[in-house]
Design a protein around this ligand. Sequence first.
Ligand SMILES: Nc1ncnc2c1ncn2[C@@H]1O[C@H](COP(=O)(O)OP(=O)(O)OP(=O)(O)O)[C@@H](O)[C@H]1O
Length: 301
Amino acid sequence: MFAIETKQLTKTFGKNKVVDQIDLQVKSGEILGFLGRNGAGKSTFINMLTGIIQPSSGSYSLLDVQGPNDDIKKQIGVMPDYSALNASMTAMKHLKFLAAVSEKPVSDERCMDILKLVGLEEQAHKKAGKFSFGMKKKLAIAQAIIHDPQLIFLDEPTSGLDAESVIHIHQLIQQLHQQGKTIFMTSHNLDEVEKICSRIAIMKDGKIGKMGSMDELRAYYQSTITVTIKHSPIRSTHLPTLEQWLTLTGTQLEMKTSQFTIHVTSEKKIAEIIRALGKYNIDIYRVDVNEPSLEEIFLDE
Ligand SMILES: Nc1ncnc2c1ncn2[C@@H]1O[C@H](COP(=O)(O)OP(=O)(O)OP(=O)(O)O)[C@@H](O)[C@H]1O
């Protein structure tokens, strides 16, 4: 089952095609990281899926139900705009109110549990008007999950949060993932996306440029892995042959007395090198492997 499927989904504002015929499939249970530079069209795309704006053309389905559909909204969690919180309502009241609107009344106990999950238990009975930016953000996340939805849209869930809260929210996202929920999240923090998302989609000029797991993206960009190996001395008679063999295996070899660095295209090559060193009776003390980050892939897009 696809949690999200779009076909030729398009949004035009005047003459500006902001979302351009996007075909996207998100499998149930995935954490999809949705990336793109400012103005790429991410929010417009999400706003169509969550029913905030109407597509200009194309279609979409959520949890296998053709959208827009009011019933399916109950199974979807969306972070509301945190600047639109009611200043005179407490965190608890916000959750009770939202659950009532989505026709899934919840107990005070569940509200407290969710506030604990996002790290807001101490603010449960405080008015949102007195909340810091981070607290408002956490309340928005709580509002997205209070009614136990199957599909959750999180818009930059950790931007502006302190380091401890970021870890906390990452744990929460992993927990929701383990419960089988599908999470569609935007973020400008590439390390975060690389760490917690199972697949990544990169949006550019209204289209999805590349999409896949980190391994798939690395393979697509044919990026190389840099391997540095620290080893015991190599006998001078072996050195030229070994050096020649390594040059055929990888590129840009840098050889020092007790260490060399080589760039290879696949992990299998690392195993080959280690086996070859064994044949020459060279001991390996340390292997450092450096793979290209999502940042390098993103900047290349
Ligand atoms: N209601 C609107 N009317 C006209 N243009 C709009 C409207 N909403 C968005 N746009 C334009 O659509 C483009 C994409 O905006 P969108 O907010 O979807 O980008 P984004 O990828 O979410 O950006 P960011 O990362 O900055 O949040 C921008 O050029 C924006 O000015």
